[in-house]
Design a protein around this ligand. Structure first.
Ligand SMILES: [Zn+2]
Length: 273
């Protein structure tokens, strides 16, 4: 499933190709995605003013104050192609623009979904209303994390993977950030020292930024907007490395299951306090 870095990579790839483009028509395969597609007619003859991301949603802001919201589900991909390029297998929606380009949505498993919302009302939209902080923005700070988890008795790993706390910190990124911050994933969320919240936040930002820089993580179905797969796996320090030596202290990395997700950590570099 595309994670936040992959979605950010897609947004960055699409932005220069479709910003300013005016939509002339939309066609679809007739097959539903996870939910029925929205009525695109209000977007016709409107230009895309900007392309942004919130959590793992792509946001296409149109000039009439409407935003097309899109989630890639498990296997969704966007490609920008010329109009005369043939429709590929599993292509479900085609947006045609006046500049002769098309934006094509492919989705083998069809778990992706889309919706329309007034741009000004996005924060109240049911998909966004309860979301926590964006990890790469300044709002996500050590103080914010400390405040948000102060009543939580779950593990710190489960807390940072909770979308109500902060969005987009998937299993891989949570494991890697905790390792870098020297924090045990099983530590109770509200028991960290103030300094540790700040350190963890700093490492979450760095790990996500590195993954975006690398073009996202490793997902076989994931393809960037330019058609190339993203790579990040080579830089995992603990994720998927149980029983292998810690890259710092050489003792074996351990695996523990938290909230039904596998967590990887070094018991010496990430001592339980
Ligand atoms: Zn170690």
């Amino acid at each position: 499933m595309p994670e936040l870095p992959e979605v950010e990579t897609v947004v960055v790839g699409l932005r220069p190709q479709i910003t300013g483009a005016k939509l002339v028509s939309v066609s679809n395969s007739g097959k539903n995605l996870r939910y029925p597609l929205p009525d695109f007619s209000t977007l016709l003859q409107q230009s895309i003013q900007s392309v942004q991301r919130r959590a793992k949603y792509l946001l296409f802001h149109f000039e009439n104050g409407q935003t097309l919201i899109w989630h890639l589900g498990m296997t969704g991909q966007f490609h920008v192609l010329r109009q005369d390029e043939a429709m590929a297998k599993h292509e479900h929606v085609t947006f045609m623009f006046t500049n002769d380009n098309t934006l094509r949505y492919r989705d083998t498993r069809r778990f992706g979904y889309a919706g329309l919302c007034h741009t000004n009302d996005l924060d109240q939209h049911p998909w966004f209303a309860k979301l926590g902080a964006e990890p790469l923005l300044d709002d996500f700070s050590g103080n914010y994390l400390h405040d948000t988890v102060k009543t939580r008795k779950t593990s710190i790993k489960q807390a940072i993977m909770d979308n109500h706390v902060v969005v987009g910190v998937g299993n891989i990124y949570a494991s890697e950030s905790l390792f870098r911050a020297g924090i045990n994933p099983t530590q109770v969320a509200n028991s960290l020292k103030p300094k540790q919240y700040a350190l963890l936040v700093q490492h979450i930002k760095t790990v996500l930024a590195e993954a975006i820089e690398a073009g996202g993580s490793t997902i076989s179905d994931f393809v960037k907007a330019d058609g190339n797969p993203g790579y990040f796996a080579h830089s995992f320090k603990v994720y998927g490395r149980d029983k292998q030596p810690c890259l710092i202290c050489k003792i074996p990395i351990e695996k523990v299951v938290l909230g039904s997700r596998a967590s990887f950590f070094c018991p010496r570099c990430q001592p339980l306090k």
